[in-house]
Design a protein around this ligand. Sequence first.
Ligand code: SIN
Length: 275
Amino acid sequence: MKREPISYQTISVVPLTPTIGAEVFGIDLSQPLSDVQFEEVHRAWMEHQVIFFRDQKLTIEQHIAFGRRFGELHVHPMASLPGYPEVIEIKADENTGYVQGERWHSDVTCAEKPPAGSILYMHKIPENGGGDTLFSSMYLAYETLSEPIKKLIENFTAIHDGEDAYRVRQNIQRESYPRAEHPVVRTHPVTGRKALFVNRSYTLRIPQLSERESRAVLDMLIEHAELDVMKCRFKWQNGSIAMWDNRCAMHQAIPDYFPLARYAQRVTLAGDKPF
Ligand code: SIN
């Protein structure tokens, strides 16, 4: 679907690809946003699914305040920064033993109400210049499925489970892990557009199908959503911020720097039950 270009008064917005991702210039996110600035940033976010800002300098409190401008914040079920339950550290170095988010996912889809969005602030890029993040449009992933497949999956749900992501990969030991059932195709509550809503990290199975059928359909959908044509790639600098919409985009952190150090912190926006 071709959409008219949007004009902005307070910011400039430069798309990274025709489908997903845009850099936003002309705004200092450490300061409270005016109503017009807020409305324009929100509009750019809805249009491009993930937006990027450069050369920002935020304290933890300013990062939280920017997130709160968009609504209630999500508290991660597994890990928070001590003293700041709404903030998680995305940290990898020789001591952590793994890179968070290196498999395609949208955040915490194992929750009953997965987060609407996430705001990641980079404060230490790796010395080799690696550690880019890829984003994939789940609108385009849905729209480019053939009509028979759209019809097949329209009433399917999927079980999303946190155990593999948290116990197996991050070695977080708990008695139980979050698990939830969501539609395979969701409708974005703001834009009204349909998006595919399955991912490699959390989606376990489609309960309407046998185990074997479920695996085959999920593999096909997930591989489709990870095709290059759905993606943009962001190269971080210290002070960069990415703000993505988990309802219509997935992401993957490229671990091509590990075990060099890469440190960022994330504030996550609360979401609704997908429909
Ligand atoms: C995440 O999944 O929040 C991490 C993304 C990244 O580190 O680039």
